[in-house]
Design a binder for this molecule. Structure first.
Ligand code: GLC
Length: 567
């Protein structure tokens, strides 16, 4: 057992999608040396904890979430040596690194799966979920009606046999069988390998899904047009999962001062979170759940008009509050707007018409809540959703490819589908980092695999941002500096609460110290609104407009106006 120092509590995190951060060898794909070359940028920004999406060898069906070899860095991203260099250089700068560890599935090209296919009696066959299909009226159907996350059946037939294997994501990502102790040991070895190498922790991908309903019975939820039932309860937060995690903790995590961030999709309610993360006996440290990522009704919104997409600010505040109430004092809490699986937050809750104002308001809200904030790469320069004009531009995402097929089969036109993808696709958040205004935004010298957002030519790039004293990046850098100011840092640990929960436009909260409060007030609308305020302002620490309008205890808040105040 090592002594856990909980170093992440005061950290500022930053999420990197490696394919799109910085290409160092001009092959159109970002890489580890590219990240290393940008460490000074990150240090200057003030972040000190990176979570990097998967970098292991992979055929890239799901852009690295389909791992072929856990012990080898994906040649697209560099070499094992490059990872070591990145770790050393990051550590020299006081930056810690968490790798994205995919342990719910492998690639179908992983040697385990290849052996499992080649020899039904092999040990590896037991590493996956193989089941017989069902013959109905002369037709071979999957073993059950489960639908996966990527718009297909959760089963794929093995050649011409009666066997199927389970895949809750793409068919090139067979789920591994955590009920098998030998399989679990393989994962513990991988984890130890990277922790021994100097990695500071892991983001644990699709963690909620490791244990399945091993009866593999049909789901009783209503089925879709194709007879498939989308019922994540069959493979989310099942009781056995907590036994596996406890073992993982005992055998590996307890022996390192490492951070573990579990990804649990929308499948875990705040009340359940402590089973994963409570200080006394939770196996891991934090959960990313995404309750607060889709508060504008955009999820699955193909049938909605643009004017129907509006942030439910009260609902969003309630959600932050319920996570706080469940976790405060009992578990560590991460704070984030999005990751590589969502549209850009600027397009979700902000506004491209008020890019600067809204990006600053969102950054302020993020950085001063209770917990460890994670900035998604590019949010610090106001990156927004893509401007693609062809459905095919989204095809580097297997989820989107399947989605397009399904939507076409349901009768949607390509025009509707394109509009929907521009609003909701996760590719929105996967476009190359916009470093400057040279071709391909300074990301690469050649056309990147993921197309650059054209707005890098309109000032949305790091260099132009740095040169503007009132820019988003300068604001974010200053705000992170303020977050580290000892007096403010102490206030951040004080009890937190939402102010004026029922205000439909303003997200305001405070930390209540003994004789001082730290208050954030942010108008999240593209129009002005009023906000009553009865405190004596001691200091305006952050503000995104030039002057303050307050009359008779009422703020007039202009579009996306925000304050950080000491009162
Ligand atoms: C997680 C990842 C997502 C990936 C999926 C399958 O949800 O964040 O990007 O597609 O797991 O690994």
């Amino acid at each position: 057992m090592v002594n856990k120092t909980h170093w992440w509590r005061d950290a500022v995190g930053y999420i990197i999608y490696p394919e799109s951060f910085q290409d160092s060898n001009n092959d159109g794909v970002g890489d580890l040396p590219g990240i290393t070359s940008r460490l000074d940028y990150l240090k200057d920004l003030g972040v000190n904890l990176l979570w990097i999406c998967p970098v292991f060898d992979s055929p890239m069906d799901d852009n690295g979430y389909d791992v072929r070899d856990y012990y080898k860095i994906n040649p697209l991203f560099g070499t094992n040596e490059d990872l070591k260099t990145l770790l050393d250089e990051a550590h020299k700068r006081g930056i810690r690194i968490c790798l994205d560890f995919v342990l719910n599935h492998t690639s179908d090209e992983h040697p385990w799966f290849q052996k499992a296919l080649a020899d039904p009696n092999s040990e590896e066959r037991g590493f996956y979920h193989f089941r017989k299909g069902k013959w109905v009226d002369g037709k071979l159907l999957p073993p059950n009606n489960w639908k996966g996350f990527f718009a297909t059946s959760a089963w794929e037939r093995v050649g011409e046999t009666d066997d199927f294997y389970l895949h809750i994501f793409s068919k090139k990502m067979p789920d591994v069988n955590w009920a098998n102790p030998a399989l679990r040991q393989r994962y513990y070895e991988i984890a130890r390998h990277y922790l021994d190498l100097g990695v500071d922790g892991f983001r644990l991908d699709a963690l909620a899904h490791l244990a399945k309903d091993m009866t593999f019975s049909d789901s009783t939820v209503p089925t879709d047009e194709f007879g498939r039932a989308y019922d994540p309860s069959k493979f989310s937060s099942r009781p056995e999962l907590f036994d596996y995690l406890a073992e993982f903790k005992r055998e590996v995590l307890d022996h390192y001062d490492c951070l573990t961030i579990g990804e649990v999709g929308g499948g875990v309610r705040p009340e359940e979170a402590l089973r994963y993360v409570c200080f006394e006996n939770g196996a891991i440290n934090m959960l990313f759940n995404f309750d607060t990522a889709w508060c504008n009704g955009a999820y699955g919104s193909i049938d909605k008009r643009d004017d129907e997409i509006k942030t439910d600010i009260i609902g969003m505040k309630r959600s932050f509050e319920s996570w706080y109430k469940s976790c405060a004092g009992k578990a560590d809490l991460p704070i984030y707007w999005e990751n590589h699986d969502h549209p850009r937050v600027l397009s979700q809750y902000g506004s491209t018409a008020y890019r600067g104002e809204s990006a600053k308001a969102l950054a302020t809200l993020l950085l001063f809540m209770y917990g460890t904030p994670f900035i998604y790469y590019g949010d610090e320069i106001g990156m927004s959703n893509v401007t693609y004009s062809r459905i095919e531009d989204f095809y580097m995402d297997v989820g989107n490819r399947n989605d397009v097929e399904e939507k076409r089969a349901l009768g949607y036109s390509d025009e509707q589908i394109l509009h929907y993808l521009c609003r909701c696709s996760r590719v929105n958040a996967r476009t190359p980092m916009q470093w400057n205004s040279s071709p391909y935004a300074g990301f690469s010298n050649v056309a990147p695999r993921v197309k650059v957002n054209d707005n890098y030519l309109e000032g949305v790039n790091a260099l132009d941002e740095m040169n503007d004293p009132y820019s988003i990046i300068n604001f974010v850098q200053y705000a992170i500096g303020k977050r580290k100011d000892p007096e403010i840092a102490a206030l951040l640990k004080k009890p937190w609460k939402i102010v004026d929960m029922n205000h439909p436009d303003v997200f305001a909260y405070q930390h209540e110290g003994e004789d001082e409060r730290l208050v954030v007030v942010a108008n999240l609308r593209p129009y002005s609104t009023f906000f009553g305020f009865y405190h004596t302002i001691r200091d305006v620490v952050l503000h995104n407009y030039g002057d303050v309008i307050i009359n008779d205890h009422v703020f007039t808040l202009r579009p996306f106006e925000c304050f950080l105040l000491r009162v």
